[in-house]
Design a binder for this molecule. Sequence first.
Ligand code: ADP
Ligand code: MG
Length: 604
Amino acid sequence: MERQGNIKISSENMMPIIKKWLYSDKDIFLREIIANGIDAITKFKKLVELGEASAPEEEYCIKVSVDEKAKTLTVEDNGIGMTEEEVEKYITQIAFSGAADFVSKYEKANGDGIIGHFGLGFYSAYMVSEDIEIFTKSYRDESAVRWESDGESTYTISETDKAERGTKIVMHIAEEEKEFLKESEIRSLIQKYCSFMPYPIYLNFTGKDDKALNTTNPLYLKNPKDCTDEEYKEFYRSTFHDYNEPLFWVHLNMDYPFNLKGILYFPKVRRKVELDRGQVKLYCNQVFIADNIKEVIPEYLMLLNGVIDCPDIPLNVSRSFLQNDSQVKKITKHIVKKVADKLTALFKNEREKYETSWPDLANFIKFGCIKDEDFYDKVKDIIIYQNLSGEYHAITEYLGEKISDADAEAGKEPKTVYYTSDVVGQAQYVKLFKDAGLDAIVCDTFIDPHFISFIEYKEVGRVSFKRIDSDIDGALKEGDSTEEESKEIVELVKADLADRKLEVKAEKFKNANVPAIINVSEFMRRMNEMNSFYAMGEGQDEITLVVNLSCSVVQSLKDLPEEKRKLLSNQIYFLAILSYRKLTSEEMEEYTANNLALMQSYVG
Ligand code: ADP
Ligand code: MG
């Protein structure tokens, strides 16, 4: 006996709307259909546990099959099944009104989007099907049911002769969606969305040696104390296809006040110039929702690789709602705290490993601090910098006592901490520093210029960072030189280098073997760096040539005839520039010519 019915809610207009919104995300239909099968198995298993149904002999599983000729994609489960009455209620009423509900939520979301298009359910299969048949047999002693509809406004329902308990969904794939009839496509969709679903999923099941496409009991659900390092590494490899071992990981395992399971891995990213984007996959009860959801996971945590399963995050709401949801905020806070705790524990208990991992961690931590000041407060004591002897110290150890506002007004400056941005390029300065017993920290990653400004702002009054070529520290000098001592030499050098854009100064260095060095004020250099960062053009650094009165070559300038002196002044200039930066090709030519002329002046 066949009955026909009208789908109560008006669905004619829904499909174009849904298709438009979900265009890039149609794939989710397979997740929805398989997830329904999983739910049905879970329900049946509950009944067995309660003694309301007898335990089946066969394995609980989902079988997916594609038939290119018949143009069908079929998903079959051996779950609870449905009676005729239930099909009417759950499919014709609930599934369709669920879709209508989704559409209205989507309209309210105002283009804002709903994460992973969660909540559309059974109806989503109509995005790719022109017709769907359901064959289902309830665990109750009732006859099997066949339901069919093209998803528009009518459906038919009749008895059928399905013998086994469970539900089979046969999707007649629309002509323009043919890709969903390719086994490879379906395989990769199952791997993407269903890889942690709790019952085995088989594709084109043959009955022997079939392997499920999913892991039914993913590691992140286990109790951390039962997991071995090898298991963590294996889970990392298989989930992220990264054959570099992760540095370490944080296992999130919480039941109260919210349910949160997952593992966050710190990947090896060494020597990457840019921030490497990681991948944090969000799951809800083992169902994949989406990657890198910034409304749930702070942007900087997305530099990590991880899996987060949190059924307590409301997912069928708009993204902006999620952003302001207090529950989500608590969850995010918890994740951040766990990450900070892990890093702190490592710093305290495995200092050596922490230091060797630091180049991989540094960008993540620094970026995190800049983005989230709460994170900074949690990790500030474990941010380390290498000094000139290669030892690591926490940045907080370098800071001075905060100067009072009154002192600041009176012109007192916060403690100076010198840094080098390039140990090799700034080797001469480094040597001068070391010889004078001065120290500096190594700030050579691309994020350091931003990060040191951030520290100066967070720790205002306690530190002022200066690059080692920005001035001559008192410790490098043999006392202050008098006006008298320096005036003559400065005038001579200025005259000799009149064509060059620079300031000239003279100081008495402790080290007599360096004729001169270049200084660029920290403030000016930072301004220029910022301008070029914001693409406002690169300003010329205003450089100062500091000649060394302790150096006999410099002193000799006083006694040389003008022509020879000019050659020597230029030579001193080029030497200083060479220790400061690379020469341009024009300068290189000039330098070579000056060298030659200098030699010739000796040969006569
Ligand atoms: P949801 O899963 O969020 O309830 P769906 O639209 O996916 O919404 O499904 C609607 C209802 O149809 C389900 O709640 C369930 O009762 C029923 N249903 C769907 N698929 C199956 C299935 N494979 N086995 C048994 N019942 C199902
Ligand atoms: Mg569902």
